[in-house]
Design a binder for this molecule. Sequence first.
Ligand SMILES: NC(=O)c1ccc[n+]([C@@H]2O[C@H](COP(=O)([O-])OP(=O)(O)OC[C@H]3O[C@@H](n4cnc5c(N)ncnc54)[C@H](O)[C@@H]3O)[C@@H](O)[C@H]2O)c1
Length: 252
Amino acid sequence: MNINNAVALVTGAGSGLGLATTQALVKAGARVVAVDLNESRLNQSVSSLGSAVRARKVDVSDESDVQAAVNLAQEAFGALHVAINCAGILGPCKTLSKSEVFPLALWNQVIAVNLTGTFNVIRHASLAMSRNEANADGERGVIVNTSSGAAWQGQMGQAAYSASKAAVMGLTLPVARDLASHGIRVVTIAPGLFETGMSADMPAKVAERMLDHSLLFPRRMGRPEEFASMVQHVIDNPYLNATTLSLDGGFR
Ligand SMILES: NC(=O)c1ccc[n+]([C@@H]2O[C@H](COP(=O)([O-])OP(=O)(O)OC[C@H]3O[C@@H](n4cnc5c(N)ncnc54)[C@H](O)[C@@H]3O)[C@@H](O)[C@H]2O)c1
């Protein structure tokens, strides 16, 4: 799908991978509805991007918030062609620590944002996309989800996070099957360790250990613009569908 003139919804757009993706899409000629739970940071982050961006406070796990964001894309820009799911939280906690068990409320919150939030956006975005005129390839929309290398190689304290990200990988194929007849592709990206607000929140010791022991090459964190570049390729390449792509410097 041609990015130039496409209309995209980007979640988690106030920071890190979502912000870099928003910036790259606007540079490539797209118009973007940029949403995030953290409204002040979102407005500050996208304020320099001008009229190609509409910012809105959205909790991806909330039905009406997501519906309103999709409506905004249609009202402001006339359609929705692309949805990028970047909103996510870590919620680190050990399963058992000093006789305390992992709080179920925290578990539910991580699943609600990372998994249910992703599916909530997929549901509403795909309905809007299904109403688009198909392009010459028969395409009406592209959905990009963000999983994580933690789906395969979760660290201590990442039970909820890894489970949520493995589930995002798991839904990729069935959702792509469901949406194929509508001309909508679904691809998931599984980043390794990237330089963002989320990785900055990890204990330094954990991040250093991961960088020292698990990276092949290049031996550094990923840059958000490298994620954005992968998103652009997924949108651009009509033969990519129903798969999860690792972007991790060979992290094992
Ligand atoms: N940074 C990494 O190393 C890394 C690695 C693998 C996967 N990921 C995934 O990439 C995605 C982007 O993360 P990031 O590294 O840019 O982190 P980040 O913390 O910089 O950005 C995540 C954004 O999501 C927003 N958000 C949180 N809950 C939300 C909700 N309920 N509704 C809407 N927005 C919400 C936050 O406010 C934040 O702006 C996440 O899904 C994360 O799990 C990150």
